[in-house]
Design a protein around this ligand. Structure first.
Ligand SMILES: Nc1ncnc2c1ncn2[C@@H]1O[C@H](COP(=O)(O)OP(=O)(O)OP(=O)(O)O)[C@@H](O)[C@H]1O
Ligand SMILES: Nc1nc2c(ncn2[C@@H]2O[C@H](COP(=O)(O)O)[C@@H](O)[C@H]2O)c(=O)[nH]1
Length: 203
């Protein structure tokens, strides 16, 4: 069924919890969810492709995007900027497609201000020890950066009650199923409201 507007789904959670891994697994399920590609000033990691993993920007270019209101939200995280290009998200939901943003907490709270109708999901690690194991195991950051990310992680976990749902990422496929159930339920809720509204205005 064609809907007026798609769902805006925000997936947050501490660095290393598995947001990227879970979104990667979700893509393999035929959910029709679209994925927003963020802009960042951080350097690409091995295997990351511009326009696929991120839009890699200079600090000057990112600050131009901020000034020209091209970002739906942005945040400074450790030593870099990260932000969501506005146009893609607005166009995608306007076409009736659901879109997912994989972003940290400061940015998610900004989105909540402008899109309170969004669905906000916080991905939780089974434990802090497991979170550290995952970031260390990924092998992409120095020990100093891992420590900075772990410090931020604790503050982020303190804000999980700002989210509509908390999903544990104990096993990737279980986390994917939980997120799919949330999206299905939220879509049913929305379909039902639109249907009721149409009945009312047609009376
Ligand atoms: N359920 C899981 N069980 C075990 N390992 C996992 C699980 N989910 C993800 N991982 C591993 O944890 C590491 C971090 O995952 P990932 O890069 O997806 O995290 P992230 O939340 O996207 O991190 P960041 O916010 O820094 O981008 C990866 O090595 C990944 O393979
Ligand atoms: N506020 C935003 N946060 C974002 C965005 N894209 C990614 N992120 C988050 O940044 C940290 C670090 O990411 P990494 O790729 O350097 O490990 C992590 O929590 C991401 O989810 C964004 O557009 N806005």
């Amino acid at each position: 069924m064609r809907r007026e507007k798609g769902l805006l789904i925000v997936l947050s959670g501490p660095s290393g919890v598995g947001k990227g891994t879970v979104c990667g697994a979700l893509r393999k399920h035929d959910t029709h969810i679209q994925y927003s590609v963020s802009a960042t000033t951080r350097n690409p990691r091995a295997g990351e492709e511009d326009g696929v993993s991120y839009f890699f920007k200079s600090k000057q270019e990112f600050e131009r995007m901020i000034r020209e209101n091209e970002l739906l939200e942005y945040a400074q995280y450790v030593d870099n900027y990260y932000g969501t290009p506005r146009q893609y998200v607005e166009d995608t939901i306007a076409k009736g497609h659901d879109v997912i943003l994989e972003i940290e907490v400061q940015g998610a709270l900004q989105v909540k201000e402008t899109f309170p109708e969004g669905v906000f999901i916080f991905l939780m690690p089974p434990s802090i020890k497991e979170l550290r194991n995952r970031i260390e195991g990924r092998g992409t950051e120095s020990q100093d950066l891992i420590d900075s990310r772990m410090t931020i992680a604790k503050d982020e976990i303190d804000l999980m009650d700002k989210y509509d749902y908390v999903v544990e990422n104990d096993e990737v496929e279980l986390a994917v199923e939980r997120i799919k159930s949330i999206v299905t339920a939220e879509n049913c809720k929305k379909e039902r409201l639109i249907h009721l509204y149409k009945e009312l205005v047609e009376e």
